[in-house]
Design a binder for this molecule. Structure first.
Ligand code: AMP
Ligand code: ZN
Length: 476
């Protein structure tokens, strides 16, 4: 499998530290607001990566943090804590806000078939680990105390900008929200490991530490939580592209300074979901949620389908028109699957399984090319083999794509059955009868193309047609 690595800026042959095992870390959400569908794009694509690794036979352990403290309004350690801001906005406590938006995040993930990571760890659970790591960095001379805060000293590193070829998008996000000068810093890129002093004294959650009562910086949490659960050697670290700088750059700096060797081999960054007016972001207050899409009548899985239609390393533009197209294509795909008939008497066609599985693997092995993966679903439907084999393959590939293909098809057929249960008098029944009458006329007029078109349309809607000498009969 080839996977693009942001560290080398190239597609590399994927390898792991231990044969057959993948240690994977994902930056989790800052739970001061609902996740927007841009955040969820990142989690959808990371979910596909995890599931494809499992599909390929790896034993994956995936860990995610929940940022419930320390993420300031600017990624450059200035501004108010985002959690405090959220709590003020809603007149609730920080912990209430954290609990509410953590639950909301996983509810959204459920709707989008995003699997919960094996370990989910809130930052506020790991204060001891942060203190141990910050103490170690001070002992090793990689950190200093100034103005009451503990800072990481980036001048002690041979190389700080490890993702050196920042493109304009990365740089732009790195300096969002107006960076303020912090005069305690010895070097421009030094960052806070532990705060005891900040301009905002209203910080809600504080803990005792060797440097006074205070709270951790944002970056230290991912390094320490990853070390705690995955040890000193990480195979893959994921996040949205805005995390590359400064967050991931700082994670690498402090983790490698602390453990004394290379930490993570592959960095997987998902490009942003943008709207026509720019990046979707929580802080601008203008963002779309899964619930909002549902209110507007969209199936959340159509949004997942929309994301899978493009490559994770390309920015994706969201518009309702684009989502309508995805929803339309998704519905058609489901209708086609609903018309398959997995006859028990058929046996699985092993040659078809081999050929199509190879096609699917080729797509995903090429840096998780999900849009080609979707093309393979259509190829399964077109393939000259029995329906039982097709259903088997769709089910297999859906272990990675997670579009609930068979369940959605079953739901569609059940809905149709319910409608038909009202007999030929139901709206759907009337429609089928009308179409069959038109088909009979077309046949009489020897207009075979039109007759076939009507038959195909009905079949795609899950209608089974039986032509008898007495005329056409139908069922669902
Ligand atoms: P946050 O909750 O702000 O810490 O972000 C959660 C995740 O969403 C991180 O991996 C971010 O890099 C990612 N992210 C933020 N904005 C976007 C966006 N517009 N498109 C895709 N991913 C994003
Ligand atoms: Zn992180």
């Amino acid at each position: 499998m080839k996977l693009y690595n942001s560290l080398s800026h190239a597609k590399e042959d994927f390898f792991t530290n231990e044969p057959g095992k993948v240690n994977m870390y994902t930056c989790g959400p800052t739970v001061y607001h609902f996740a927007h569908i841009g955040n969820l794009r990142s989690y959808i694509m990371e979910d596909v990566l995890e599931k494809y690794l499992r599909f390929s036979g790896y034993d994956v352990k995936r860990v995610m943090n929940i940022t419930d403290v320390g993420h300031l309004s600017s990624d450059a350690d200035t501004g108010e804590d985002k959690m405090v801001k959220g709590a003020k906005r809603e007149n609730k406590s920080v912990m209430d806000i954290a609990r509410f938006y953590t639950d909301a995040f996983f509810a959204d993930c459920d709707k989008l078939n995003i699997k919960k990571p094996d370990v989910v760890e809130p930052a506020t659970n790991c204060i001891d680990e942060f203190i141990t790591m910050v103490s170690g960095l001070l002992e090793k001379g990689f950190a200093y105390i100034a103005g009451g805060n503990v800072y990481f000293d980036t001048s002690k590193l041979d190389e700080y900008y490890v993702f050196n070829k920042h493109d304009s998008e990365e740089l732009m996000v790195g300096v969002r929200d107006g960076v303020e000068e912090d005069n305690n810093k010895r070097n421009k890129n030094d960052f806070v490991l532990w705060f005891t002093k900040s301009k905002f004294e209203e910080q809600a959650l504080k803990w005792d530490s060797p440097w006074g009562v205070g709270y951790p910086g944002w970056h230290i949490e991912c390094s320490a939580i990853s070390l705690k659960h995955l040890g000193e050697r990480l195979d893959i670290h994921c996040g949205g592209i805005d995390n590359a700088f400064p967050h991931h750059t700082n994670e690498i700096a402090q983790s490698e300074a602390y453990i004394g060797h290379k930490w993570c081999n592959f960095w997987f960054h998902v490009l942003h979901l943008n709207t026509n007016s720019g990046k979707m972001s929580k802080s601008t207050g203008e963002f779309l949620t899964v619930s909002l899409l549902e209110e507007k009548g969209y199936n959340p899985l159509a949004y997942r389908f929309f994301c899978l239609q493009s490559h994770y390393r390309k920015s994706l533009v969201f518009s309702y028109e684009n989502l309508d197209n995805a929803q339309g294509a998704f519905d058609k795909l489901i209708a086609k699957i609903a018309s398959l008939n997995g006859n028990d008497a058929d046996s699985i066609d092993e040659n078809a399984v081999k050929a199509l599985t190879e096609e699917f693997k080729n797509a995903l092995d090429n840096d998780i090319n999900t849009s080609l993966g979707i093309t393979v679903l259509y190829n399964v439907l077109k393939y000259k083999t029995n329906d039982k084999t097709k259903l088997h393959l769709l089910n297999e590939f859906d272990k990675v794509l997670s579009l609930s293909l068979l369940d959605e098809a079953k739901k569609l057929n059940e809905n149709k059955k319910e409608e038909a249960a009202a007999g030929a008098d139901s709206e759907f029944g009337k429609y089928v009868e009308e179409q069959l009458a038109l088909r009979a006329e077309a046949k009489k007029a020897k207009n075979w193309a039109e007759a076939d078109r009507i038959r195909d349309e009905l079949t795609a809607k899950g209608v089974k047609i039986l032509d008898t000498p007495e005329g056409s009969k139908w069922s669902l």
